[in-house]
Design a protein around this ligand. Sequence first.
Ligand code: PEP
Length: 252
Amino acid sequence: MKQKLIAGNWKMNGGLAANKALLHELQQGLAHALDSKHAQVAMCVPAVYLSQVQQLVMGSGINLGAQDVSMHEHGAYTGETSASMLKDFAVRYVIVGHSERRQNHGETDVQVALKAQRALSAGMTPIVCVGETLSEHESGHTEDVVKRQLAAVIHANGHCISEIVVAYEPVWAIGTGKNATPNQAQEVHAVLRAQLKAATSQAERVHILYGGSMNAANAAELLSQPDIDGGLIGGASLKSADFLCIIAAAAR
Ligand code: PEP
């Protein structure tokens, strides 16, 4: 059975002192209470803290992640961070296509696919976010939307597609406290798995994470679904006790 992957997304939160305290608590919890070997753990942090967090997590089993990457290799792109720059800080995972970037920065499916390509070419694992808005959900378009978003990434990445992580994050569940039910999430994950299967014989290897108000109370049931291979955790990744509970649920 593949290990589950629990990835935190701090979004635009944190500070030098707060990061140090949170990671210290997490490392203590991982060392003393949990068998972390049964779950992979990553933390996707703001770009300015990559250097600090790289030092703090060294040797701890917590993998370093970033929250975005440029679709360009280098050049006149003020404010952007390239894949090779992330690599300089031993970044292992990079979130691409988070709904907050699609919504607030107008990122398109094609741009997200190019970002995934950049990450893969640099030897990092893109965590490709897909998910429908509330109105798409209510009008019955969930499947069309997530398939369209994933299709762009499959098209651009061909035979490397088994190297990605997919995160199903219904937009209406992000930061709202209203998670998809385990059945709702499993249904969409099964659709995504079938789409991956049509593209690669290695589809079972691909981690498909659920994200959207996952917390200490609902994690175990969500993670018990057959196609839910882990979680992408926003708010609860900022609280060590909650994040440790989710990791424990994944390690069962
Ligand atoms: C996220 O931002 O990816 C996310 C899932 O957030 P939250 O867990 O806070 O809903």
